[in-house]
Every structure is written in structure tokens, then in C-alpha cells.
Design a protein around this ligand. Structure first.
Ligand code: SAM
Length: 246
């Protein structure tokens, strides 16, 4: 008899469902998800998978009914509580669509709690499709094992972002003109990392950011990073120095 595999097996498919999960719950999958399990993963009735709803953790479920375009899942039991994620937000000036998609995917994998598109004087991309970014974050969460999704905000102007920031949330301003080394700057606690557009921040924006309370300018090294690289590098450094990699 082969050794009974660990329970549940690590490689079970993971799906985000926009429905409240609980013992014995029955979940109707949408057509795309039913197609993915049935036709892409070729799963049959009785097949097991993991579900999460963004708040209640992760659950083991079984395919109860499988039709051509629909599927019903029976939720069996919780396999993990919702994980605690570091209270770090990434406020970023949106860049070209593929690069913004890439940044949202990677920031979700890295554990950002909130993503805030920020429009600045030199932002070239005004419109971001939130539904699209949300779908990218869901897929990244399904893949990396997250049970909580990052909150993704409507774009906001830099001025409003600075005005609306709640007291006690440290703003780490990634400034290619120079700043503190991340090793000295990053501290645990409510945090927001801000990165600029390809064209950088204007001088008056830079002065307004630096004059804002509880703001620390950080350097991401001697080289000028692309906007999306800067967002990722800052987030990774934060996770290593003050987040959940420690
Ligand atoms: N236009 C700017 C220039 O040519 O000097 C470069 C802007 S850079 C492509 C985009 C954003 O990434 C910057 O606004 C900043 O937030 C961040 N960034 C890039 N390199 C950085 C560095 N070495 N240190 C801190 N932030 C950096």
C-alpha cells in the first residue's frame, strides 16, 4: 500500500469563489471556473480542490455535480485560517498596461495588503481597468496560496493620497534622487510604499511628499529602476526587513 499522502495533498487546485464558505456549503461555480476544472484540469465528480473566499480562510471541497457548463461543489472542512498579512500598501503610478498587470501580479504574490493606483503630473496612463487588475490579483492569489486578496482601489491623485493618508501610517517614498537605505528605514507597522511614473515625480510633487508628516524617503540603490521594478523591489525589501519573510 503506498504511503497515505499528506492531507490534503499540497498540489490540489485552488480557486477563489465570491461566495461565503462554510462546513457543508454548496457552491455553484461560474461557467469559466466550471470549464477550467472540467475541461482544462479534466476533473470529475468526487474530485477535490481547495477554495478561498478572501476572508474565511481555505476550505477543502469536492465536486458534487459536474455538468457540461456547470459544476456544484460541496464544501467539507476548513484546511487553513485566513493568514495574517503585513499591513503594507503599495501606492504606484500606473504604467503601460502589461507592466501594471505584471506589478499587480507580483505585488499580490509578495503579500501587499492594498494596491493604490496614483495619478501624478507625469503619469501617462490615466485609466486602469480595476476588474482586470482584480482578476489578475485573484489568479496570483490562487497560485501563491494566499487566502486574502489585496484591496485594489480606484485611481487617486497624489494630492488626495497625501491628504487622505491616516495618521500613523508611515509613507515610504521611493525617490531616485536619494533617500535612506531601506535597511535603516523600513519598520514594522502600518506602511505605504509610494513609487512614481516612468518620468519620475516633478520637483513640486517631491517637495510636497517630503513635507508630508511621517514620510521617509528611501533609496532603492544607485541605479534608476523602471517604475514597476521599483514597486516590486521596495515591496520585497519591506517583506524581508519588516514583513513576513523574517
Ligand atoms: N524619470 C526618472 C529619472 O529619469 O530620473 C526615473 C523615474 S523611475 C523610472 C520611476 C520611479 O521608480 C521613481 O519615481 C521612483 O519612485 C522609483 N525609483 C526608480 N529607481 C529608484 C531608486 N534607485 N531609488 C528610489 N526610487 C527609485
Amino acid at each position: 500500500m503506498p504511503k497515505i499522502p499528506a492531507w490534503p495533498p499540497k498540489s490540489l487546485p485552488r480557486l477563489f469563489v465570491d461566495a461565503a464558505l462554510g462546513d457543508g456549503a454548496r457552491i455553484e461555480l461560474d461557467a469559466a471556473q466550471a470549464n477550467y476544472l472540467g475541461n482544462v484540469l479534466r476533473m470529475k465528480e468526487g474530485g477535490e480542490l481547495l477554495l478561498f473566499d478572501g476572508t474565511s480562510g481555505e476550505w477543502l471541497a469536492r465536486i458534487a455535480e459536474a455538468g457540461k457548463k456547470r459544476m456544484t461543489l460541496a464544501v467539507e472542512r476548513r484546511t487553513r485560517d485566513a493568514e495574517a498579512i503585513p499591513d503594507v500598501w503599495l501606492a504606484f503610478a500606473p504604467v503601460k498596461r502589461s507592466q501594471t498587470d505584471w506589478l499587480v501580479e507580483k505585488a499580490t504574490e509578495l503579500g501587499a495588503a492594498r494596491l493604490i493606483p496614483v495619478t501624478t503630473q507625469r503619469t501617462v496612463v490615466e485609466r486602469v481597468k480595476l476588474e482586470r487588475l482584480r482578476a489578475i490579483a485573484i489568479e496570483a492569489a490562487e497560485q501563491c496560496g494566499r487566502t486574502r486578496l489585496p484591496q485594489i482601489d480606484e485611481p487617486i491623485s497624489l494630492t488626495r493620497l497625501l491628504k487622505q493618508r491616516e495618521a500613523g501610517r508611515t509613507l515610504y517614498f521611493a525617490d531616485e534622487a536619494g533617500g535612506e537605505a531601506v535597511g535603516a528605514a523600513f519598520r514594522r507597522g502600518p506602511s505605504m510604499i509610494l513609487t512614481g511614473p516612468e518620468g519620475g515625480f516633478s520637483d513640486d510633487e517631491r517637495s510636497a511628499i517630503r513635507a508630508a508628516p511621517d514620510t521617509i524617503a528611501i533609496s532603492l540603490g544607485p541605479r534608476i529602476l523602471r517604475a514597476e521594478t521599483a514597486g516590486l523591489a521596495a515591496l520585497a525589501a519591506y517583506m524581508a526587513l519588516a514583513g513576513d519573510w523574517r
